[in-house]
Design a protein around this ligand. Structure first.
Ligand code: MG
Length: 162
């Protein structure tokens, strides 16, 4: 077995009256993200990247949004589940690279905090977690501030080295 790469994408619409959770961090903002879980689009995209790299399906396969046990769930639970699944498939996570797209709030001041929290949740060194935040230059639904999108890539290696 050789290294495997997986791509994940997620998006959520802004909703009033919810905390904004991204990368496992609560970020001060007027709105959170509408979702069955805590709406952490960063962790959701990483879950899909992890599962995708091992060809195991996607977050909806493992954690259906009509299952009440995931209502308002901390999305770190989805990460733990995905890590268990890739371990059972014989893989270990080596590295993730993440780009978050949001017009508001400005996420750059929170990137290092999100990076550290995400690395802890993933159980890998912070140096192996890359995270960037950018706007969509005012274009389209992201640019109009309707929600947040995240793209993630995960690299898996055979468990036990090699
Ligand atoms: Mg999601």
């Amino acid at each position: 077995m050789t290294a495997r790469v997986g791509l994940g994408y997620d998006s959520h619409r802004f909703a009033a009256g919810r905390p904004l959770r991204l990368g496992g961090v609560t970020i001060p903002h007027t709105h959170g993200l509408a979702a069955h879980s805590d709406g952490d689009a960063v962790l959701h995209a990483i879950v899909d990247a992890l599962l995708g790299a091992a060809s195991l399906g996607d977050i909806g396969t493992f954690f259906p949004d009509d299952d009440t046990q995931w209502k308002n769930a901390d999305s770190s639970r989805f990460i733990k589940g995905a890590l268990d699944a890739i371990a059972q498939a014989g893989f270990a996570l080596q590295q993730v690279d993440v780009t978050i797209l949001a017009e508001k709030p400005k996420l750059v001041p929170f990137v290092q905090q999100m990076r550290a929290a995400t690395a802890r949740t993933l159980g890998i060194a912070m140096e192996h977690v890359s995270m960037k935040a950018k706007t969509n230059e005012g274009m389209g639904w992201i640019g109009h501030g309707e929600g947040v999108a995240t793209i993630a890539i995960a690299t898996l290696v055979p468990a036990g080295g090699g």
